[in-house]
Structures are given as C-alpha cells and as structure tokens.
Design a protein around this ligand. Structure first.
Ligand SMILES: [Zn+2]
Length: 278
C-alpha cells in the first residue's frame, strides 16, 4: 500500500510542486520511510530463507527414521496396512524449486560425529567416503534429468551427509526439511559406521547410503524384501532398481514428468502415495 502511494506521488509530481504543503511533504517522507523499512525486513527474511534453506517462521520438520537393522518393527507394519498382496514402495514427497535446475548439491562432512565423545575430530576414512560417492554415482547415472554435484562447504548444499559412531542401533537417518507448502528444501543424512557393536562393511555402507538417498529423493519404505528401500539393511538389496527410479520420478513428477513430455512446469505434490513394483 505504501509503495503504491509513493508511486502516485511520483505521478502527480507537477501538482505537488504547485499545491502540496510542507506538511504533506513531511508525511510523504514518513510513508517512504515505512515502505523502505518493510522492504528491508522482507529482504532480510528472503536472504535468511535462502541461506537456511527454509523460511524461519514456517520450518516444518519430518523425520524418516530407519528401523533397527536386524529387527522387525511393529510401527513399520502399520505403515503398510492396506497394501497386502502387493509389492509397493511408499512415495513421500517432492522437492521444490531446488530441483528446477536439474541439480541437487551435496556436502559430505569430513569429521565423524561421535556421540560418546564431546570433541571428536576424527577424519572420515577413505572407504566410507568411497561408499557414499559410489551410492550417489549410481543414483546419478540411473536418474534421467537429475545430477548430483558435490560442494566444498555445507553452505547452500541441498543435501548434507555425515557419518557417525557411538551408541546407536540405526543404520541411517534422513531428516527432510520442508517449506510452508510441503516441498523438500533440505536433507540431512546420517550414516552409522556400525550398530550393536560391529562395523558395517564398505558394501553395507554403500547400501545404506543408497537407501538414505532414496529417502532424500522422496521415497518411503518398500513393503517387501530384496528391495533397496526395505526397512532393514539385511532384508534389502544393494542396487537401485527400476522400481525405485520410477518411484523417484513419481515423487517429483512435476520435474521429471515435464522432461518426458507435455507436463507444465509448475511445482506440485506427488499425485499418489505409493507405486507398485510388480
Ligand atoms: Zn529407511
């Protein structure tokens, strides 16, 4: 409103010169001041949004927590009620405008997160870094229209990936953050170096990383064994199959659908909450 008022005053400039009193001009300065203040606040909020990846006031949080790697979990069974007799992967959610350039950037933490030590600065070993790199390369090569690019700092990265050790019984955790409209704006992945006192092998770490990136890309769990998105490591598979690729396309349909044909480019939620694998 203030901005429109300012524009009108510009339009009426000639009249202002002749008729408008000093008092009126003084009031105009106040209006311009208020307009500028509002503009400055909005600009700062916008910058904060870009830097943090989410609007500070409307920061939704969802937690996709993996189940115990070697135990059945009752909560997970409830998730799959209604799909009996069908092999499905749940579709969770879609990325928003971050996907509109066909690129997701990721940052890999250089230091282990050690829950048992206050100040642990152990550098991540080669095997673990290679496992994550291979996992990302496989997703990258199988998804048409999306590439992953590593960034040297966490600032501005769409995905942050960390390794952790310590008292935990989860193979991996992915936390997706959403904007006000429910689109993913940022993902945090934690991969365990081991669970229940034993260390995961390089192949297992790679499988866990692929599984977590499935969550990053909008997938839930599969309700059948032998699939990458199976809820437990030992029941899963180590490779990205066509069904997970289709599930990612379905989750982020506004982007991938547009690439294959006539879809308009506007960001929208997935139109289904699961896909059937066979
Ligand atoms: Zn999972």
């Amino acid at each position: 409103m203030e901005l429109a008022g300012g524009r009108n005053n510009g339009y009426d400039k000639d009249e202002n010169l002749r008729n408008i009193s000093d008092g009126r001009n003084g009031r105009n300065y106040i209006y311009v001041g208020i307009a500028f203040t509002i503009f400055a606040v909005l600009t700062i909020a916008h910058l904060a949004t870009m830097l943090s990846g989410s609007f500070p006031l409307f920061n939704g949080l969802d937690r996709i927590t993996d189940q115990l790697p070697f135990y059945e979990n009752a909560q997970n069974r409830a998730e799959f009620e209604g799909y009996s007799g069908r092999d499905i992967i749940l579709v969770c959610c879609s990325w928003g405008e971050e996907l509109a350039d066909g690129e997701l950037t990721y940052f890999m933490g250089e230091h282990l997160i050690d829950e048992d030590a206050n100040d642990n600065r152990d550098v991540i070993d080669r095997t673990s870094i290679e496992a994550v790199t291979k996992a990302i390369e496989e997703w990258d090569s199988k998804l048409e229209g999306l590439r992953f690019t590593e960034t040297p700092t966490r600032r501005g990265a769409d995905v942050e990936i960390y390794f952790r050790v310590g008292q935990n019984e989860k193979a991996g955790i992915t936390n997706n953050y959403y904007d006000y409209y429910g689109f993913v704006t940022k993902s945090y992945v934690q991969i365990s170096k081991g669970a229940f006192g034993f260390a995961f092998s390089g192949n297992q770490l790679e499988q866990i990383a692929k599984h977590e990136i499935g969550h990053v890309l909008g997938l839930g769990h599969a309700n059948f064994d032998g699939n990458l998105m199976a809820a437990q490591v030992n029941r899963g598979s180590g490779s990205v199959s066509g069904c997970e690729v289709d599930a990612v396309y379905t989750a982020n349909d506004w982007w991938f659908g547009k690439l294959s044909g006539s879809q308009p480019l506007y960001i929208r939620q997935p139109t289904t909450d699961y896909i059937e694998c066979r």
